[in-house]
Structures are given as structure tokens and as C-alpha cells.
Write a protein that binds this ligand. Structure first.
Ligand code: GDP
Ligand code: GDP
Length: 436
């Protein structure tokens, strides 16, 4: 599972600046569901080969009542979900009473904490950190989030403490079959869908969850084939869980996507497409996971509404053109049976072997029909192609001036390869190399 690094500290110490630096251009997932504050942000960072989830908790305040108290509860929840806490302080403010209070609470927790002194900018690190030793949280690390100074060292220090790197999931299915993650926003119908899928099938065994932050892995069989469902919805723990905050976890969702071979993204036809759905879909693509989309709650819509939903989905999810869209009613069961067949197909496509002669032939046909552009008076030449990876498929194209291939031409080639090779249900990546 992806490790989780969580930023905490008073407001204005530079948490979101550090968050933005670590996630760079990647979209942040903001938990803007009803019942969750907007303040918490989730993103994916990478250090070396190691991806990790980064969480910005907003600010810790000291109030014990009202909205502030609710936030405290959420920060508390975020802390419980963390593998490692980065406690940020501000070199320019020095060590404040607020820092002392937070430190006191942190010392009581059974969580690894690194004390970070931000805004150290041009200060001597030894001087910048001196007064923070009194917080009793070990050696403080001086960084500057705006300039990036010390940030890399900080991450390497944090990850040195993790016994095993999570890394990429195994490409191939094991005896426990294709791992399928069912994700989507709260109330989209994930639990109902999972119950439907499992209802008709034999559940082999069931492990009860260790902690609240673990997703549940449920092995089952369908049509004689093994699968493992990764349940992010916590359907087995329903009775105990009375609010969205505890039930829905962005972290679980990100980790489940990362651990899956194929993702089923459940969308709610009654609600339409939200910002969150698009961000989630973008994340699935970025992680290169095969994808099946279930447009759920298809029941109870009249023909006009159905047409509207279809138009809206096609427009807002145009970048998901490679995924098959399925209308389902988890409540009544219609369309659900087909989903697993689509999962098989998406997985088969994602892991298919593509031969060099076939890829090269398709590349030649594509460049003949539509030549690459001229760059500084010389035409870009694309000579041959071979497969560079599976799940997702990567096609490596060799030629001259390949660094100048424009985005439009890249898209043209991707669409062409996808169509000719019938690679539906999986992202497809192109890499260009100049020289042989
Ligand atoms: P947050 O409330 O903890 O998320 O803090 P922000 O990231 O919003 O930062 C608060 C202010 O501190 C902003 O004006 C930032 O530009 C500034 N800031 C953040 N990091 C640094 C830093 O390393 N050096 C300096 N000089 N300013 C910083
Ligand atoms: P989750 O939060 O994504 O796990 O969503 P649930 O499975 O708990 O479903 C949320 C609500 O939507 C429940 O009241 C379900 O009965 C309802 N629901 C789920 N699937 C469907 C569907 O296909 N059609 C309709 N009409 N309601 C559904």
C-alpha cells in the first residue's frame, strides 16, 4: 500500500506551499463532499521510484468547540491514517506556544513524527533549528518550502525509516486473480454494487479489517475464475459507521487504485459528473490503471434524462474515451453481470504482448497517412516501434528529432494505435527516443 505522509502544524507555517511543491503539477484531490471540510488536500508525490500519498490537513487550531472542534476531529482522523507525520513550524516566528501545544499532543501519539522548521530560507540551519529542540521531537530539519531547500533531504530521511518500499504492484495476476478496486464518491453505490457482485458469487474467505484505514480484500470466484475485490466503501462495517467522514477515505481510494489491476469507477447518474469524479478519473489514468466505468443508478431516469446524462458524461469525461461505459443499476442488478466480463477484457488488453513488426507496421501506416511535422526545416522521422512495458501498455517509438513531436501528433498516434490494436479499457503510453 502507498505510504501516507501527513502535514500538520499551525496555519501559515507553509504546509500548502510544501504540499504544492511535493505534488507539483498533479491535481490535488480536495475532499469537498458534504460533511468534510474543504481544507484537507490529498495528492501524490514521488521520491525516486517511490510514490506516496501526501495529505495537507489545513491548520491545527486549539479551540475545543464548534466548527473548530469538528476540524480537530478531522485532523485527528488524518493523523490516524498517516504513516508518518511532518510537523511544520516557522523559523521566522520561532517556537510559539501553539507549537508547544501541538508537540505535546504529538508526543502522546504512537506515530513517527519529523519536526520540520520551514522558512529557513537563507538562515544557517543550526541557528534556525536551535530553539525547536525544546519541542522534544528529535532533531529538527530546516527547509525552505518556497525555494525547495532541504526538501529532498527531508524526504530521503523520512523514507529511510520505511522498512519496505511500496512501489508498483505486480503486473500479473496471481492465484488470487485479477485485483479489482471499486471506487467512486460517497453514495455512488459502491457498497450496493459490491454486494451485487458478491451476492451471486462464492466468497472464498473473508478477513476482517485490522484498522480503520485498511481497505478490505475480498477473494471470490466468478465463472470459475478467481478475483480479489478491493472494497473501499467499508460495506461490511456499515452498522458501526454513521458518518461520511469515517466511511469515505480518499487515502483508501488512492491506495486501492494503486493496488488494483483494474479499477471500476462508479458514477452516480442521478447526481451527474462532479469535479471529484473527474479528478479521480485523472488519477486512475495517471497511475496507468485499466478502467471500467459503471454509470450507476440508471434506473428511475426517463428517456430524456438518460439522453442528458449521456451527453454530459461524454463531454465532461472526454478524456476517458478509452474506457467502456456501462449503465448499471446496482439496486436492481441490471448491467452488473457484464462488468466482470469488461474487467477481464480491460485486463487482457492492458497486459497484452505487442510484437515489434506489428507495431512498426502500424507506425509506418500512420506516418504515411499523416506525416509528422517539419522542425527547423527538417521532417521528424519515426522509424520503428516496440513495446516498452505492460499494464499499462507502453509503446516506444524510435526516430529523429523525437523530442519535438507535438502533442497533437502524439494524440493522433495514440488514437491510431488504440483503434488498430483494439486496446480499449486501458491507458496507453507513448515514449519517443532519438537514435536507434
Ligand atoms: P499553511 O497555512 O501552513 O498552508 O501555509 P501556506 O503554505 O499558505 O504559507 C503561508 C505563507 O508563508 C505564504 O505567504 C507562503 O508564501 C509563505 N511561505 C511558505 N513557505 C515559505 C518559505 O519556505 N519561506 C518563506 N519566506 N515563506 C514561505
Ligand atoms: P457508497 O457510499 O458508494 O457505498 O453507496 P451505497 O452503496 O451505500 O449507496 C448509496 C445509496 O444509493 C443507497 O441508498 C443505495 O440504496 C442507493 N443506490 C445504490 N445503487 C443504486 C442504484 O443502482 N439505483 C438507485 N436508485 N439507488 C441506488
Amino acid at each position: 500500500m502507498l505510504p501516507v505522509i501527513t502535514l500538520i502544524g499551525r496555519p501559515n507555517v507553509g504546509k500548502s506551499t510544501l504540499f504544492n511543491r511535493l505534488t507539483q503539477t498533479r491535481d490535488a484531490l480536495v475532499a469537498d463532499f458534504p460533511g468534510l471540510t474543504r481544507d484537507r488536500q490529498y495528492g501524490i508525490g514521488v521520491v525516486g521510484p517511490q510514490p506516496y500519498v501526501i495529505v495537507d490537513t489545513g491548520g491545527i487550531s486549539l479551540a475545543e468547540t464548534g466548527v473548530e472542534a469538528l476540524m480537530q476531529r478531522q485532523v485527528q482522523h488524518a493523523i490516524e491514517e498517516a504513516d508518518h507525520l511532518l510537523f511544520l513550524t516557522d523559523a521566522r516566528d520561532g517556537c510559539t506556544p501553539g507549537d508547544l501545544d501541538i508537540a505535546q499532543r504529538l508526543r502522546r501519539l504512537d506515530r513517527p513524527v519529523t519536526l520540520v522548521v520551514n522558512k529557513s530560507d537563507t538562515l544557517d540551519p543550526v541557528l534556525a533549528t536551535a530553539e525547536f529542540h525544546q519541542l522534544g521531537l528529535g532533531e529538527p530539519v530546516a527547509i525552505s518550502a518556497t525555494h525547495g531547500r532541504g526538501v529532498r533531504d527531508l524526504l530521503e530521511w523520512v523514507f529511510a525509516g520505511f522498512p519496505v518500499a511500496a512501489g508498483e504492484p505486480a503486473t500479473d495476476e496471481t492465484e488470487s486473480g485479477i485485483r479489482v478496486a471499486v471506487v467512486g464518491r460517497p453514495n455512488a453505490g459502491k457498497s450496493t454494487l459490491i454486494n451485487r457482485i458478491l451476492g451471486d458469487e462464492r466468497v472464498v474467505t473473508f478477513d476482517s479489517p485490522g484498522t480503520t484505514r485498511d481497505s478490505i480484500f475480498i477473494p471470490f470466484q466468478s465463472r470459475g475464475r478467481p478475483y480479489t475485490l478491493i472494497d473501499t466503501a467499508g460495506m461490511r462495517r456499515r452498522a458501526r459507521i454513521d458518518d461520511t467522514i469515517e466511511k469515505f477515505s480518499v487515502i483508501k481510494t488512492l491506495q486501492a487504485i494503486d493496488a488494483a489491476h483494474v479499477v471500476i469507477l462508479v458514477l452516480d447518474a442521478h447526481q451527474g459528473i462532479g469535479e471529484q469524479d473527474a479528478t479521480l478519473a485523472g488519477h486512475i489514468i495517471e497511475r496507468g490503471r485499466a478502467l471500467v466505468v459503471a454509470i450507476n443508478k440508471w434506473d428511475g431516469l426517463d428517456p430524456d434524462q438518460r439522453a442528458q446524462v449521456k451527453t454530459q458524461f461524454a463531454r465532461k469525461l472526454a478524456f476517458l474515451d478509452f474506457a467502456t461505459m456501462h449503465q448499471t443499476s446496482a439496486l436492481h442488478g441490471s448491467g452488473v453481470g457484464l462488468l466482470l466480463e469488461e474487467v477481464d477484457q480491460a485486463y487482457a488488453n492492458a497486459t497484452r504482448s505487442l510484437s515489434t513488426p506489428e507495431l512498426t507496421r502500424l507506425l509506418e501506416a500512420a506516418t504515411q497517412e499523416h506525416q509528422p511535422p517539419l522542425v527547423r526545416g527538417r521532417r521528424i522521422k519515426l522509424r520503428y516501434a516496440h513495446q516498452g512495458g505492460r499494464n499499462p501498455p507502453i509503446i516506444v517509438i524510435h526516430g529523429n528529432q523525437t523530442e519535438a513531436v507535438p502533442e497533437t501528433y502524439r494524440r493522433y498516434l495514440i488514437n491510431r494505435f488504440r483503434r488498430e490494436l483494439k486496446l480499449m479499457g486501458t491507458p496507453l503510453r507513448l515514449e519517443f527516443k532519438t537514435g536507434s
